[in-house]
Design a protein around this ligand. Structure first.
Ligand code: SF4
Length: 454
């Protein structure tokens, strides 16, 4: 997500650049909404940022304010109707909303509305629009309904004259504030500030709503209770770009420390350390540095194919692995390999990778994962599907090793992962690793079917 309030700049084009930097967070659709004081214009479509926008579409998005979004589906299918920003008309103004996260009380909220739409983001937009329809300003409307939302929501919202940024009281998903000359910028990660040469000012705090208008920037706290911060630990493991700074920590450095700790916890007698590109690279570097083993690029990535895990359908994911990665026999042949990756969610990608490394001639394949087993579904913005699709749910590490056909397998222990972040453990969400959820979670979903069947 990206948002900008800039009276004298080409806000749509800067948003386009910001979305480029955030493409890794979602690849199903891209969209920008722009406001010029009188109208709100939205352009969005399925596809990558570069596929969705061109000179013609960008030149049609004018105004002092813009927000943008790249979508990764967590609720609702990957259809055009669910692409963002979402638009509503209310009381003579247009409202557009972009959302990162996932609500965990979607069904309760939907029951309140005559026309809830097709996703949690639709519901939030509808609730805000109804308040505006009743005569409230956009910030008043957001402040009125936001306490009803439960779960993960980092939002950028605009109407014709105002830009709003909101972060849920737990701060599950990141949101940062930047300054570009006189302009204010809001973004999911600091890498999006860098690309437009904006200076990082600070994080938008959990529970904070920032409002940018002609009057400047104001900060509000619309939630009745402040919660203990629950920043998603998977932002450090997988989601975020390595060059982003999150909660004051350099993501690349954190991932490297995970690899160092993994080497200390689970050393193995092998010839080479091979990363699974790209999110496994910093941990593999740390593992190699700590063990003194040679670091070898045995897998080559096609940089023009997106993240396989982030693609929604299993059939696409399976095809995606070979499109994305290729094993090099010249590097792997005759070698005992320790393969380092950041996580295993469903396991289909990893199983194919191990097979590719063996086909390339590796004599042993040992797998080291720089996070603990992913055993519980996420309700806060990572689309992990039903619990019975998670490889580690209900399986021992030995069973997983047998399924993946590796000679040995070790996952980084949770305490070590938390220590590698350098943050206070109680400020991080670890629900998918520990089963400890910060909020009530839906009981009407088959995401937790496996647990209920025991
Ligand atoms: S459950 Fe896991 S992926 Fe979801 S927010 Fe918590 S740590 Fe992140």
């Amino acid at each position: 997500m990206f948002g900008i309030y800039a009276p004298n700049l080409d806000t749509a084009r800067l948003t386009y650049f910001g979305l480029f930097a955030l493409q890794h967070r979602g690849q199903e659709s891209a969209g920008i909404a722009a406001a010029d004081g009188e109208t709100v214009t939205v352009y969005k479509d399925l596809g990558l940022v570069a596929q969705v926008f061109d000179e013609t579409t960008l030149s049609g998005l004018t105004g002092n304010i813009a927000i943008g979004h790249t979508r990764y589906s967590t609720t609702g299918s990957s259809a055009w109707v669910n692409s963002q920003p979402i638009y509503r008309q209310a009381n003579g103004t247009g409202i557009a909303l972009a959302h990162n996260g996932n609500l965990s009380n979607t069904h309760e909220l939907a029951a309140r509305l005559p026309d809830p739409g097709t996703s949690d983001s639709d519901i939030m937009t509808e609730m805000i629009a109804l308040e505006v329809q009743n005569g409230h300003t956009l910030p008043e409307a957001v402040a009125a309904v936001a306490p009803l939302f439960v779960g993960a929501f980092s939002l950028t919202i605009l109407d014709t004259n105002t830009l709003v940024g909101l972060r849920d009281p737990f701060g599950f998903r990141p949101l940062v504030l930047g300054k570009l000359d006189d302009a204010w910028v809001i973004a999911s990660e600091t890498c999006a500030l860098d690309i437009v040469s904006a200076k990082f000012v600070r994080e938008i705090e959990p529970g904070e709503m920032v409002v940018v208008s002609e009057a400047g920037l104001e900060s509000h706290y619309p939630f009745p209770e402040q919660q203990t911060r629950q920043l998603c630990v998977f932002e450090f493991v997988y989601f975020s770009r390595p060059d982003s700074i999150m909660a004051g920590k350099n993501i690349h450095g954190v991932r490297r420390r995970m690899g160092v700790s993994l080497a200390d916890q689970a050393p193995v007698d092998v010839d080479i350390v091979v990363p699974v590109p790209e999110s496994g690279i910093p941990a593999a570097q740390g593992y190699a540095a700590a063990t003194g083993l040679p670091y070898t690029d045995g897998l080559v990535k096609n940089r023009y194919v997106g993240r396989t895990f982030i693609e929604p359908a299993q059939s696409m994911r399976d095809r995606g692995v070979r499109l994305k990665l290729n094993a090099m026999p010249g590097e792997l042949g005759g070698q005992r390999v320790v393969l380092v990756d950041d996580s295993i969610v469903r396991g289909s990608t990893t199983k194919q990778l191990v097979a590719m490394v063996r086909e390339a001639g590796a004599t042993e394949v040992h797998l080291r994962i720089s996070s603990p087993p992913y055993r519980w579904p996420c309700f806060y913005g990572m689309d992990t599907g039903d619990r019975n699709t998670l490889l580690a749910a209900g399986r021992s590490v030995d069973e997983i090793a047998a399924f993946l056909n590796v000679d040995s397998l070790a996952y980084l222990e949770l305490d070590r992962l938390l220590a590698a972040t350098g943050l206070a453990p109680e400020t991080l969400c670890t629900a998918c690793l520990s089963g400890q959820y910060a909020t009530d979670i839906p009981t009407t979903t088959n995401k937790i079917a496996l647990e209920n069947s025991r």
